[in-house]
Write a new protein. Structure first.
Length: 554
């Protein structure tokens, strides 16, 4: 190939790969924004058996187009105690199968599907008044762009089939299996998607560009790289959550290395996996994850015992003796810098409060004094941070602030008050209610427990959305946060009515826990409202908030 053609090829293949990566993310973002609460509830209800947990992991990864996204959700449940570690690991093993199924589905070529998906997706996203339907449109657009990006990769690589230089490089990878394996792992980690990596490798095989032996090694490497993504993203998570991620990394990554060694030494025929080389590679990817899950599922208990021994519990990074304050006295002479310091401090207050909310769920299921004490200490830390913040902003106001800075300072002060209120509600009310539940030997009815858990999941998702709004000031996310506030209020009223109906039916377990049940719902609604307030100034400035109601989108 001439140099200009080489440059053109690099631009085309890079653009196609970038579109593929973005498209996979687009689908995942749509699913998370539209169905995250349902996914959290679905994952929570899979604790009855490890086989059911694995099946739930498969389905969740297919919906999210990512086993990593499932891992992030599950680690939150494990950290809060809502899901046992062994069950969480079973979900992760199922999610690995689900991501392999996604890759196989997306390789099916249906030329008429792309324009139909784009038409439906754009129509829903541009015209639908419903947030969920808009996100469904986003998902359809993402799927169409995935198929389009694969077509672009096929078109970009077609000229390389007859290129002697390209053939030499690819043949070398076919002989140097270890290098191919490491490239596969590295690429999956860099693009943060094993699905995108596998789709690219299999497409190159289908074009006749990449030898089957190299593709097999790179796909196995992508399994290692895909597991490494979740490990790095949860590095700062509580050790209880990290154990399942590390165990999955050891099982999936170690299994990939073992499978590569076995295939290299034994060199068995893989023709039984498919009629074409591309079919062999993608089916091997699916078979590998199936075999790993089937072998590992019966061994989850000893695996988790080993993980507990190797990774003992460590101090909570969000504890009061954690990171130092972001309030820099030297920045007071520069109002914009000082306000940025205040914003970072409030963000940390929000993160601590979100951790408290996650931990509070566990003590309703099984009282743990250490967890309760930790929540109380975290609330004290938030109060102390809020007091220091007030003094800091008061000092800042002694300088000559312009109107925009003064308005932002007022907004930050209001957000801090609300976050401290949420932390206080969790530490005083929810911990007290959980302690009463334990001290009086009571437990919620099965339906009541499910309602509290589902409502807690919804509030948890909204708190995380609020933290995202605090970081990005994104009007679309702010609008969604305020809409969710109204939805939570309606759901809380419906749950209160359902509880009253159980009281009318004379349900003993509902009567005994009535006050605790209702107060817990009110506390969670208060926390949700407190965090949703971060969106109001953003929407007021953008014109999306009229008085106390969202402006209608035209």
């Amino acid at each position: 190939m001439q140099d200009p053609n080489l440059v053109l090829f690099i631009v085309r293949i890079a653009g196609a790969a970038a579109l593929l990566i973005w498209s996979v993310r687009l689908v995942r973002t749509g699913v998370e924004r539209a169905f995250v609460v349902e996914l959290r509830q679905w994952l929570r209800r899979s604790v009855r058996s490890r086989l059911l947990a694995a099946g739930t992991g498969v389905a969740s990864a297919i919906l999210l187009q990512s086993s990593t996204a499932v891992a992030i959700l599950v680690t939150g449940f494990v950290a809060s105690g809502a899901v046992a570690a062994a069950v969480g690991l079973a979900i992760l093993l199922g999610a690995d199968i689900g991501s392999a199924v996604v890759a196989k589905i997306l390789l099916v070529r249906l030329s008429a599907l792309e324009p139909l998906l784009l038409l439906a997706g754009v129509g829903l996203f541009m015209r639908s008044p419903s947030q969920r339907l808009r996100q469904t449109g986003r998902i359809l657009i993402g799927l169409a762009l995935i198929f389009l990006s694969l077509d672009m990769i096929r078109a970009a690589t077609a000229p390389l089939v007859d290129s002697a230089g390209a053939a030499a490089v690819m043949q070398y990878l076919g002989r140097d299996i270890l290098t191919a394996f490491l490239i596969g792992a590295g690429f999956a980690w860099v693009v943060h998607s094993s699905v995108a990596a596998v789709l690219l490798f299999v497409t190159l095989v289908a074009q006749g560009l990449l030898p089957q032996s190299a593709a097999v090694a790179m796909v196995l490497g992508a399994n290692l790289g895909g597991s490494l993504i979740a490990y790095l993203l949860t590095y700062a998570a509580p050790v209880e959550a990290r154990r399942i991620v590390v165990s999955n990394l050891a099982i999936r990554g170690g299994g990939a290395a073992l499978a590569l060694s076995s295939l290299t030494l034994a060199q068995p025929s893989l023709a039984w996996l498919g009629a074409t080389e591309a079919a062999v590679v993608i089916n091997l990817h699916l078979a590998f994850n199936l075999v790993v899950a089937l072998v590992a599922l019966p061994l989850l208990s000893p695996v988790m015992r080993t993980a507990e021994a190797a990774m003992p519990r460590r101090p909570d990074p969000a504890a009061p003796d954690g990171p130092m304050t972001a309030l820099d006295p030297a920045a007071l002479a520069h109002p914009d810098r000082a306000l940025s310091c205040a914003a970072r401090e409030i963000m940390h207050m929000g993160e601590i409060t979100e951790t408290m909310l996650r931990s509070s769920e566990a003590i309703y299921h099984a009282w743990d004094k250490d967890t309760a004490d930790r929540i109380t200490k975290q609330a004290a830390a938030v109060r102390s941070m809020h007091f220091d913040l007030k003094l800091y902003l008061a000092q800042l106001h002694r300088t000559d602030l312009h109107k925009a800075a003064a308005d932002r300072s007022l907004h930050l002060s209001t957000v801090a008050v609300n976050i401290e209120g949420a932390a206080d509600m969790i530490a005083r009310n929810m911990v007290h209610l959980a302690r009463r539940l334990n001290a009086e030997g009571l437990s919620f009815s099965e339906q009541g427990s499910a309602e509290i858990g589902s409502f807690h999941d919804r509030v948890q998702a909204n708190v995380q959305l609020a933290l995202s709004v605090m970081m990005t000031s994104n009007p679309a996310e702010a609008r969604e946060l305020v809409a969710q506030k109204e939805k939570v209020r309606t759901i809380e009223q419906n749950l209160q009515r359902q509880h009253l109906r159980r009281l009318q039916d004379g349900r003993a377990d509902s009567i005994e826990t009535s006050n605790i049940h209702q107060e817990t719902l009110r506390a969670l609604k208060f926390v949700n409202t407190a965090f949703s307030m971060v969106a109001h100034p953003i929407l007021t400035e953008s014109g999306d908030l009229l008085e106390s109601r969202l402006a209608e989108k035209v």
